[in-house]
Design a protein around this ligand. Sequence first.
Ligand code: PXP
Length: 399
Amino acid sequence: MPARLACHCSRHELPFSTRRLLAICNLLLQRCGVADHSFDLLLTGDREIAELNGRYRNKAQPTNVLSFPLTDDEGDEMLAALPVKELGDIVISVETARREALLYGQPLRQRFTWLLVHGLLHLLGYDHERSSEEEARMEARERELLTTLNQQRNAAMTKLAINVDHVATIRQARGIAEPDPIAAAAICEMAGAAGIVVHLREDRRHIQDRDVRLLRQTIKTKLNLEMGANKEIIDIALEIRPDLITLVPEKREELTTEGGLDVVSQEKKIAKVIEKMAKRSIPVSLFLDPDPRQLAVARKIGATFVELHTGRYCDAIGEDKQQAEFALIAAAADEADGLGLRVCAGHGLSYHNTAPIAAIEAIEELSIGHAIISRAVFSGLDKAVRDMLAIIRQADLSF
Ligand code: PXP
């Protein structure tokens, strides 16, 4: 039975998306042998938890976690009659968790997960204050559960897909065969990229049909074909069958993709492309601004992924503006994840601004091109990819 979540703090302060958090709660219930039970998890700040702490424990000060077991030995007949077995409530102050994470030099996710596990074990009757044996028993159980969660987490690290369009841009500037984006893709994969992205534009300004065909045959990871919803390019995609297509708005006069796709005004047209691709088992990602209206339509017309446009965040000048753009992306990622969409992000990401985006729990893949190819000019492509991967990995581990 699913756990229930109430969040009285800002969503983007949470170390996990709400969907992931519920998945963690449910996994914990399963691992504790009480998958048919449920509990309520309330996420608050210090003021609210201090009030609860004062009311129920006579300690009117903030604390990290409170557990309120709900047992039927208090003679509550209603409780015994409930169809779902209720364990009670866990309250966590995200503010205190954040402070403690800093104090102990731990990532917030790690601190928060420990508090959750600790609170749940209290609901299940463990109590470290009862005796030293009980304390050791509870700690051992905590370690076991945290190891299980860590194993799952390692499998869900944010991936990096690399856009090699700009290698083709240099080639096209000379009109000869070098540098070859096919070779670039192979180097990116060897350095640890999880996918290769190319944008086959109508005007063929960089990537050519030959590149897409060869990449389809040579790359070992995932080929993501970025494209406008244009008949000629749709036919090529249906024939070549990339692992994923990403639909973007495409204007001939733009230097790069400038804004997200407006699926609200083009719902029917985009739905038709998704339908065509589905017939050939090609999943579709929609490149969207972080706008809940766009996400709702993406979900309605059957997109598998959304790629959130990070351009405005990357271009924002000043910390406040950047923070505001970041909050939109974090909220949209959570929203999309909650709708059951898989979430990627990209555009304008660099070695200086990628870490916070990589730390957003719901985002599973980043699509980065210009920054990596630019740095490769000076440091070599292999190193440029590995340096970006190190930033992503560090962000994943340290939030
Ligand atoms: N995602 C999409 C949909 C794009 O159009 C682009 C640019 O080609 C990128 C990601 C990569 O952007 P950048 O080259 O700025 O990293």
